[in-house]
Design a protein around this ligand. Structure first.
Ligand code: MG
Length: 258
């Protein structure tokens, strides 16, 4: 069982007080903002935003938001000043005012458009299923669909991608993610930020609640990994109950750091 973060307080305090520069990477949905039936309605509590802002204001603290949302959507939803942002599972990275897209992403665009066009009528017929086209990737959301419709969604999505070498399918919580078949993920985006900011893995942390966040956890063998919620099985270093717990941790971290 992963220990709750409060059981790791002493080790965390030591880490916060001894690393001159730290990077805290963080997912958005399910980690900072509670999961909601429709992704458009997701919203981060004011308390959480304030905790993130307080942490960013501390010397030597960098905060990187890395989400499956498109970067524009993420920036608008999170609305945190001074954070680093990566969207589309890291395929889009904003750094020093420039947004770059991971290699191979643009090339997969036509294949993605074709697959979405093919899937649209079938998905529209299943109540509760909707397609989110995030330009670089797409999400097939089925959180609102009846349980007995899940198999059909999976079958149709798999069939649409069967002979499409340019794309790959990744599962997330009640979502199928259709992404370019590049070796790029949240972990690579986190590493990209760490390299630019010269942060060693031991000075980095990542908080996430979903399968796609494990890519980031893997980049931090000696850093801090925080799993939020109960749905995903992994061996993170500390556990957080829910996004409210995340707010508590971030507030505490800001207090220790400052
Ligand atoms: Mg999430």
């Amino acid at each position: 069982m992963i220990p709750h973060w409060t059981e790791q307080r002493e080790a965390l305090r030591h880490w916060l007080l001894t690393q001159p520069h730290i990077m805290i990477g963080c997912d958005f949905d399910g980690t900072l903002a509670p999961l909601v039936s429709h992704a458009d309605d997701a919203c981060m509590a004011e308390r959480t935003r304030a905790a993130v802002q307080r942490l960013i204001a501390k010397p030597g603290v960098m905060f990187a938001l890395i989400s499956g949302r498109s970067i524009a959507d993420l920036q608008q939803k999170a609305s945190v000043d001074g954070a680093l942002y990566a969207g589309n599972h890291g395929l889009e990275i904003a750094y020093e005012g420039v947004t770059t897209v991971a290699p191979g992403t643009a090339e997969a665009g036509p294949a993605l458009r074709a697959v979405l066009e093919q899937l649209a009528p079938a998905m529209a017929r299943i109540p509760g299923v909707w397609i989110e086209d995030k330009t670089c990737s797409a999400s097939i959301h089925f959180r609102l669909a009846a349980d007995d419709a899940h198999a059909e969604v999976e079958e149709r999505v798999r069939a649409a991608l069967r002979e499409v070498a340019a794309l790959r399918l990744r599962p997330a919580k009640r979502i199928w993610e259709i992404r370019p078949a590049t070796e790029w993920d949240k972990g690579k985006a986190l590493r990209w930020f760490m390299e630019r900011c010269e942060i060693p893995t031991r000075a980095a942390a990542f908080l996430g609640d979903d399968i796609t966040d494990l890519d980031a956890f893997r980049e931090l063998p000696d850093g801090w990994t925080f799993l939020v919620g109960d749905e995903v099985k992994c061996d993170a270093r500390a556990w957080l109950r829910d996004p409210e717990d995340t707010a508590e941790l971030l507030e505490w971290m800001a207090g220790v750091r400052g």
